[in-house]
Design a protein around this ligand. Structure first.
Ligand code: ATP
Ligand code: MG
Length: 445
């Protein structure tokens, strides 16, 4: 993308309404525009990151054997009357009437609708296990929308629902979700710690929230610092192997890590003192086993191998797709701007032409741009007629992890400069070497 042809409405001043750094940088980098409280337009740069996050979520869900579909944003109220949640949900639910006076709502979540789909088409254990998910806009009329996309009213969520014949199979689905989530967050450059959350009336190990540590997080968290060292890495996990999946979950949930809702001071005090940490975290996902709560209420029954009819076992599992942009920025920035991890960056690399209009510099930039493109990498080429300082400030603000700087002086010696946004370290090399290096970096992403 050439910057002169792009739409990147960068702001010079700090917007007064933004209280936290991710909100401030998303507005300044021209990623979002607020349209009403907690409701945003996604401008081109923001949309590119949102799409990257969706792509990673999709890839990891499909790797775990989960199947995408798409349910609508608007739902009929009657479905929610069946589960009893139409009245229980309260003011967070946006209720709407259509021209026929039919009661509708803008979905805050989809348990009822997915159960309705299931009961219409599945009635035998032979069609199980089944996990369906979608990435769809939700609306919750939050009392205090704030912090930009972190607590919006309209927000993008991945929500998945498992259907299983018995509790053991449903807990395997739960575990599969935990492992796929760990891999999802790691690919985004995040450390998201699964924490025992409030399990409500069901009891047991049946809900975990995933928290990214950040001073601006809304949750208070208590954990053993050793938990932050755990990494899934590139290990292959066989998602069909119950024991293997359960072993990974055990590895990630044995060390103490809880939110204030489930915190147990006595257990916490048993951790060696230098590893006891109290901090704040951003909830970027939650997994939940709830058994037959919806299937029993809505008549989603399956026949078992023994020929009996039972309500199907279920769970629901969510990732805050749009919130993740804020969480990633909170976890990865400096005083100049965002520092995108390679996994989610809107463009893999930026090209800065120090002297637009100089024949050699222009030709070298074009050459780099095309060579990167040939390797499947779309650079953001700053081809504006601007001072170098302004170009660097824009690149630093929007946070592309790599920058290639091209100027007549370097070119006279056959070199350009490759700079890491994270470390600030620059290296001079031939243009071809810079392209090769960038390609190598992204080959593993
Ligand atoms: P919270 O406690 O933050 O209100 P929740 O527990 O009600 O969230 P879930 O129903 O678990 O939310 O939704 C799944 C995920 O969707 C959450 O983990 C979070 O990342 C994201 N999410 C929830 N509410 C919002 C919101 N208002 N804006 C942006 N993302 C949200
Ligand atoms: Mg939650």
């Amino acid at each position: 993308m050439r910057l002169t042809r792009y739409f990147l409405p960068v702001l010079k001043e700090n917007p007064a309404e933004a209280q936290i750094v991710s909100h401030r940088y998303m507005l300044r980098a021209g990623m979002i525009k607020q349209q009403a409280a907690g409701i945003y337009s996604w401008l081109p740069l923001g949309l590119r990151v949102l799409r990257r996050i969706e792509q990673i979520v999709n890839e990891e869900q499909e790797r775990a054997g989960h199947i995408p579909l798409l349910m609508p944003t608007l739902q009929p109220a009657d479905l929610w009357r069946e589960s009893g949640r139409y009245d229980d949900y309260g003011q967070e639910m946006l209720r709407i009437k259509d021209r026929q006076d039919r009661e509708m709502l803008y979905g805050p979540t989809n348990e009822e609708m997915i159960t309705d789909i299931f009961r219409a088409h599945v009635s035998s254990y032979k069609d199980l296990p089944l996990t369906l998910y979608h990435i769809q806009w939700k609306f919750r009329d939050e009392m205090r929308p704030r912090f930009g996309v972190m607590r919006g009213r309209e927000f993008l969520m991945k929500d998945g629902y498992n259907f299983d014949v018995d509790k053991a199979a449903a807990l395997h689905a739960y575990n599969r979700h935990m492992v796929s989530y760990l891999r999802t967050y790691e690919r985004m450059g995040l450390t998201a710690i699964p924490m025992r959350a409030d399990s409500g009336p069901i009891g047991g190990d049946d809900t975990h929230e995933f928290l990214v540590l950040a001073a601006t997080g809304e949750s208070e968290v208590f954990f053993d610092s050793a938990v932050t060292e755990l990494k899934l890495g590139n290990r292959e996990v066989d998602y069909d192997n119950r024991d293997e999946v359960a072993a990974v979950c055990k590895e990630f949930t044995t060390l103490y890590a809880r939110t204030d809702e489930t915190h147990d001071q006595a257990l916490f005090d048993a951790i060696p003192e230098d590893r006891r940490k109290v901090a704040r975290g951003i909830e970027v996902g939650q997994i939940f086993y709830f058994g037959t709560k919806y299937s029993a209420a809505m008549g989603a029954m399956v026949t078992t191998a023994e020929g009996t009819k039972v309500p199907v076992e279920m769970g629901s599992h969510g990732i805050g797709v749009s919130r993740l942009l804020g969480a990633i920025i909170e976890a990865s920035h400096d005083d100049k701007g965002i520092i995108w991890p390679e996994g989610v960056t809107p463009f893999p690399v930026g090209i800065v032409n120090l002297k637009q209009g100089d024949a050699a510099a222009d030709a070298a930039c074009e050459g780099l741009y095309k060579a990167l493109q040939a390797k499947g990498l779309e650079a953001l080429y700053d081809d504006r007629d601007e001072r170098a300082g302004a170009k660097f400030a824009t690149m630093d603000l929007i946070g592309l992890p790599w920058r290639i700087t091209v100027g007549p002086r370097g070119l006279a010696n056959g070199v350009v400069e490759l700079t890491s946004r994270r470390t600030g370290v620059s290296e001079e090399m031939a243009p071809e070497a810079a392209v090769a290096r960038i390609a190598e970096i992204y080959a593993g992403v």
